[in-house]
Ligand binder design. Structure first.
Ligand SMILES: [Zn+2]
Length: 151
């Protein structure tokens, strides 16, 4: 969620860096979904309007995230932060299965999948349709999914 004005220049930088993908669910912005500039650490919690704290997000991910920073792991009772596209590797926390479902691999992945509602039925169907026509994951998204920390 962004309340502070994000300049056109900053916006352009964020979109370009994201290669037009939602940095959370990796859907492309050319598929008829609305996109927003997200403060990774929300302004409510002191997050700045700088390129390091901004990411490109589809409206589904951004609305579900709101100003939250994480959630509770109900098995341990501990608080777990969300996936951070600036410091984490997507493929370390999530895996895309053949049914277009995004499965969590870690605790960070689990709270993110759950709170961002990645696997809402409509979103799965949307990804399945895009998958069938070869638009999800895009080649850029595949690269992000495969990227490992040592590279
Ligand atoms: Zn998304």
């Amino acid at each position: 969620m962004s309340r502070t004005y994000v300049s056109k220049e900053l916006r352009r930088l964020v979109v370009k860096r994201a290669e037009n993908l939602c940095e959370y669910c990796l859907i492309q912005d050319t598929n008829g979904v609305s996109f927003q500039i997200d403060h990774i650490i929300s302004e409510k919690h002191g997050g700045s309007t700088t390129v390091e704290n901004l990411c490109y997000s589809c409206i589904y991910c951004n609305l579900q995230k709101g100003s939250d920073l994480g959630s509770i792991n109900w098995e341990t009772g501990g608080i777990v932060r969300f996936y951070n596209p600036r410091r984490d590797f997507w493929g370390e926390h999530f895996r895309l299965n053949e049914e277009a479902k995004i499965e969590p691999i870690t605790d960070v992945g689990e709270v993110t999948v759950r709170i961002f509602d990645f696997n809402n039925n409509e979103r799965i169907v949307e990804r399945q349709v895009l998958m069938e026509v070869g638009r999800y994951p895009s080649s850029q998204a595949l690269e992000i999914m495969a990227k490992k920390p040592e590279e």
